[in-house]
Design a binder for this molecule. Structure first.
Ligand code: NDP
Length: 257
């Protein structure tokens, strides 16, 4: 029975920002559990590299270029994917950016919008467009990728845009979960700690900063992308069938202290 609950045979999943990092690991986790997977990313080269990496491992996937900040493009991608795959059962709203860091008193409109447009608005456009089709079918599971930065204002400071956007992702997740639970659609979020990916290499791996981060981490290590993917997988499957509106920390204990 427990094995059946995590079986995704016959289900189709769509992942935003799926060309690399956490999104690509999640694609592999879903494929291993039997799902058909569509990865999307804004950069065709990143998307193709992700598709090729999965193909080398013997997986066949569908890959579509998509910038989640373009709500009309998200609507078109949702309609196409639903038609091509006979309905998308799982959405992983994962696309995100974090930089540039800027002190709160001097962040420009442009820098604020750049991060909020991808991390919060893009996540909402994705949930709205894929969620609508799920509601029509009366079933679906959405996992948003938030951050521990949505729960605490982590070090380094200077990320008011990212922290606010990820807090918004968590609360949006809970709001949609409440609205959609009676109609068969679950919405949950993961809140990862630092993970070594291209995004975090943009700033977190600063040699001077890592000891500070690790001193604040009970497990004294970063998480790996596959460890975030495992939590996303659990939330995507029926193994988590009683969960909706949950914000699952995958943070090596960072938010305990
Ligand atoms: P990566 O940069 O490796 O992957 C994110 C992907 O999202 C990239 O391929 C990126 O493409 C893509 N993307 C960015 N903007 C858009 C857009 N507008 N439309 C579509 N795709 C886009 O980072 P991670 O795998 O680390 O991040 C995945 C998620 O995890 C993000 O939401 C991030 O905030 C979250 N997270 C990551 C943590 C970490 O330490 N790595 C910690 C906590 C949360 P491009 O190259 O074009 O930018």
């Amino acid at each position: 029975m427990y094995r059946e609950k995590s079986d995704l045979s016959g289900r189709a999943a769509f992942i935003t920002g799926g060309g690399r990092g956490i999104g690509l690991c999640t694609a592999e986790a879903l494929l291993e559990h039997g799902a058909r997977v569509v990865i999307s990313d804004r950069d065709p080269a990143v998307l193709e590299a992700g598709r090729a990496e999965l193909a080398e491992k013997g997986w066949e996937i569908d890959a579509v270029t998509l910038d989640v900040t373009d709500s009309k493009a998200v609507a078109r991608a949702a309609a196409d994917a639903n038609e091509r795959h006979g309905g998308i059962d799982i959405l992983i709203a994962n696309a995100g950016i974090a930089w540039p860091d800027t002190p709160g008193e001097s962040m420009t409109d442009e820098v604020w919008h750049k991060v909020v447009d991808v991390d919060l608005n893009g996540c909402y456009w994705s949930c709205r467009e894929f969620g609508r089709a799920m509601l029509e079918r009366g079933r679906g599971s959405i996992v948003t990728v938030g951050s521990m930065s949505g729960l605490i204002s982590n070090k380094p400071q200077r990320q008011v845009h990212y922290n606010a956007a990820k807090a918004g992702v968590h609360h949006m997740t809970r709001s949609l979960a409440g609205e959609w639970a009676p109609r068969g659609v679950r919405v949950n979020s993961v809140a990862p700690t630092y993970v070594d990916t291209a995004m975090s290499r943009g700033g977190f791996t600063d040699d001077a900063l890592m000891p500070t981060w690790m001193a604040s981490t009970p497990m004294n290590r970063p998480a790996r992308a596959d460890e975030i993917a495992s939590a996303i997988l659990f939330l995507a499957t029926d193994a988590s069938s009683a969960m909706t509106g949950s914000i699952v920390t995958v943070d090596c204990g960072y938010t305990i202290w």
